[in-house]
Write a protein that binds this ligand. Structure first.
Ligand SMILES: Cc1cc2nc3c(=O)[nH]c(=O)nc-3n(C[C@H](O)[C@H](O)[C@H](O)COP(=O)(O)OP(=O)(O)OC[C@H]3O[C@@H](n4cnc5c(N)ncnc54)[C@H](O)[C@@H]3O)c2cc1C
Length: 277
């Protein structure tokens, strides 16, 4: 289908973009890999698209005060190719390489993925497991949203309509940490039917996040409690697997029934815990 008619503005600076966005019935355009298909289906009908893909301040990856800062318009491909990410956050590197295909990775952005909050997207699991914070800006100021407060429903987040994600801040895990991201992917799109991210610190504190399983990505605190502070022997891993996905409204669709998806989540959690043991 063809989208309804819209105006297009290529923003040169963040201020430029924020001012344009505050004019009402407008949407940010980053990689366009989720927004344009939604517009073609007329699920979104913005009167104005504000293109932020070429704002220099919204691109790039750096290390700052013990954190890795990934600016919002950084593409999945930039993250995949970053030596800093490979060294400090290897599970982000692995996740980036599993997204879609080369075209998707070279256009799609981490900020766009987080804002879109597709229940099967990969980045939500990574930002949750790594205790990241999401920086946002609007014409009325800036604020920081912790990843655990960001996702709140199907394609729904804590973002206000006039806000732009500017960066993601990820604490660099101390030496000795192990991390992994594993997913059972849709064979056509590579979206996660189930994705599981685990970060295990040298202190044995363990963060576990799932995507694809429910309306939105979540930290599995029951599974975390079962393994945190303990050696990852077979019994402990069994305890975590049995505790996982408790009380979660598991999705059911053409790709996986509720029971199968829950089973996949447990299988992928077991593999992830074995990988960091
Ligand atoms: C064939 C195909 C395969 C894919 N496979 C995968 C996959 O395996 N895993 C996966 O996770 N994803 C996958 N995707 C999704 C892809 O990663 C998208 O790029 C991503 O979800 C959206 O990023 P974008 O930059 O393209 O955002 P856009 O499409 O430009 O925008 C998406 C939404 O976010 C908003 N937005 C964008 N940037 C910001 C910002 N900085 N601040 C506030 N709001 C913003 C827009 O207004 C819009 O509502 C796939 C997409 C396609 C087309």
């Amino acid at each position: 289908m063809i989208p309804v008619e819209f105006e297009y503005k290529k923003a040169k600076t963040l201020d430029d973009a924020l001012t344009a966005l505050s004019s009402g019935n407008s949407k940010v355009l980053a990689g366009g890999h989720s927004l344009i298909p939604a517009m073609k289906l007329r699920l979104n009908q913005p009167a104005l698209l504000v293109d932020i893909a070429n704002i220099p301040a919204l691109k790039g990856i750096r290390e700052e005060n013990g954190e890795i800062v990934i600016n919002a318009a950084t593409t999945h491909g930039d993250i995949e190719r970053s030596k800093l990410i490979k060294e400090k956050l290897p599970f982000f590197n692995a996740a980036a390489s599993m997204i879609g295909d080369v075209q998707v990775r070279n256009k799609g952005t981490i900020g766009g993925s987080l804002a879109h909050a597709d229940p099967s997207a990969d980045w939500p699991a990574l930002v949750l497991a790594s205790d990241a914070s999401i920086e946002v800006a609007s014409t009325s100021g800036n604020r920081t949203i912790h990843a655990t407060d960001f996702f709140n429903g199907l394609f729904s987040t804590a973002l206000q309509e006039n806000e732009i994600i500017t960066a993601v801040r990820i604490p660099i895990p101390a030496a000795g940490a192990k991390s992994v991201y594993l997913k059972f992917e849709n064979p056509a799109s590579r979206f996660a039917v189930v994705g599981c991210a685990v970060l295990r610190l040298a202190t044995k504190q363990t963060s576990i996040a799932f995507t694809g399983v429910a309306d939105y990505a979540f930290r599995d605190t029951n599974a975390e409690t079962a393994v945190s502070g303990k050696n990852l022997d077979e019994d402990t891993i069994n305890d975590a697997v049995n505790a996982a996905v408790f009380g979660v409204n598991v999705l059911s669709d053409n790709f996986a029934s509720e029971d199968y998806r829950k089973h996949l989540a447990q299988v992928y959690l077991r593999r992830a815990l074995q990988a960091v043991s």
